[in-house]
Design a protein around this ligand. Structure first.
Ligand code: ADE
Length: 410
């Protein structure tokens, strides 16, 4: 084994030791072989926790192929370890966009029965390149952006197979988006900059589940948080959670740190760079690198240089400087290690169980976007209770009947 592969194997071992829910699923897969003879193509952020998922699916009998969900999110050690274990992995940290696309194309060329996607790039490719379902039984989708894209494909009548919106499960977005993104964005920011958060003004663009997590964690470290929103309901929610809510053009004048997490495009653009506080650190935590306009930054800057690994300084003509982390790609994976292990245990247990659901039932499911079956969501929650040090009560017979009578409206 190479040094990279050995390091990767240690990272995978560490992850697996802290992923009891996925480990339980893997053990069942090993005996039941739900994927026997099936090909699974995974387009995910390739790191140690993802390797644990790939190995669980392989233990269930699948031929597994893996490509990166983003050119900067790959952990090369995990890739080397997976390759040493005989898994087909196409990913390299810092690969070009062309290489990234070619790797995703290889996932389709592998002729999958089931797709496991993060951002819906592989599903989008399958629809445009193939135009027919072929042997694809369906897909599972990890992230908010991917689910939004799938719903658009469904509305346009282009979806050719069922897709399960894993992101929308309670055990996904309430935990991964909020607590996972909350912590991993901080990790990415601190690793890249080594700067203090306390006493800074931090602007969080977007108050969805991920934005809520990021705002709360920044506040917890002592930042004064300003939220920007385009949705009035979320804006009020942020206000009642204790944050200032201002338009971006105002917020940028005070921002020491600015994190975008909207899922939208051009959230920070020329008009904002013109007003940006000197020395502001800019980071994106949304799926695509379109939230902070790099082209506007490049156009407005008179000088540009790399000042730390994955930190670029852009100097404007009036002497102000903006620091962009990780090329504006998702900061928690570009300069952090992704979500904490225990969080990805939940998300990837859901992915594994939804992939199994597609393998078993996908052929009879019309091409639509489906919620995660509630029994899967609850099974993951139940199985996670001990790991999170939580224990719950069983309802008495009377309580069961009482709850039922309300449900039935009697
Ligand atoms: N690690 C693997 N997939 C991830 C994701 N979607 N978000 C954060 N960390 C991850």
């Amino acid at each position: 084994m190479s040094g990279d592969a050995e390091r990767g194997q240690l990272k995978i071992d560490w992850a697996r030791a802290h992923m009891p829910v996925l480990e339980g699923v893997r053990r069942r897969f090993e005996s039941e072989q739900p994927f026997r003879g099936l090909t699974l193509s995974l387009v995910l952020h390739v790191e140690a926790k993802t390797a644990a998922l790939a190995l669980a699916l392989r233990a269930g009998g699948a031929h597994v192929h893996v490509a990166a969900g983003n050119p900067l999110s790959t952990d090369d050690d995990a890739v080397a370890a997976l390759r040493a274990l005989g898994v087909d992995v196409r990913a390299k940290k810092g690969e070009s966009t062309a290489e990234y696309r070619r790797d995703i194309e290889a996932m389709l060329a592998a002729d999958p029965d089931v797709i496991v996607d993060d951002g819906a790039d592989l599903v989008a490719l399958a629809l445009t390149q193939r135009g027919e379902r072929g042997k694809i039984r369906g897909s599972t989708e990890e992230t908010t952006t991917g689910v939004t894209r799938l719903r658009a494909m469904e509305r346009e009548g282009r979806l050719l197979f069922p897709a399960i919106a894993v992101n929308d499960a309670d055990m996904k977005h309430l935990m991964d988006n909020r607590y996972g993104t909350g912590q991993s964005v901080i990790e990415g920011l601190l690793t890249a900059t080594n700067l203090l958060v306390a006493g800074k003004v931090a602007v969080v663009a977007g108050y969805g589940w991920c934005g809520k997590g990021v705002a709360r964690r920044l506040a917890g470290l002592g930042a004064e948080v300003i939220v920007t929103e385009i949705d009035p309901v979320r804006a009020i929610e942020a206000r009642l959670d204790g944050f200032r809510v201002r338009p971006m053009r105002e917020a940028v004048r005070e921002a020491d740190l600015l994190v975008t997490v909207t899922g939208n495009t051009q959230v920070v653009r020329a008009e904002h760079f013109e007003q940006l506080k000197d020395g502001c650190v800019l980071a994106n935590a949304g799926h695509f690198d379109v939230e902070i306009s790099r082209s506007d930054l490049e156009r407005l800057a008179v000088a540009h240089r790399t000042v730390r690994p994955h930190v670029e300084a852009y100097r404007f003509s009036d002497g102000r400087t903006a620091y962009l982390i990780g090329e504006g790609r998702l900061v928690n994976l570009a300069t952090g290690q992704g979500h904490p292990v225990e969080i990805m245990d939940l998300s990837f247990a859901l992915q594994a169980l939804c992939a199994e659901h597609i393998a078993r039932h996908g052929r009879s499911m019309p091409p639509k976007v489906y919620p995660v079956p509630p029994e899967i969501d609850r099974a993951v929650a139940r199985s996670a209770l001990p790991a999170f040090g939580a224990a719950i009560d069983e309802p008495t017979d009377l309580q069961r009947k009482y709850a039922l009578s309300w449900q039935e409206g009697t």
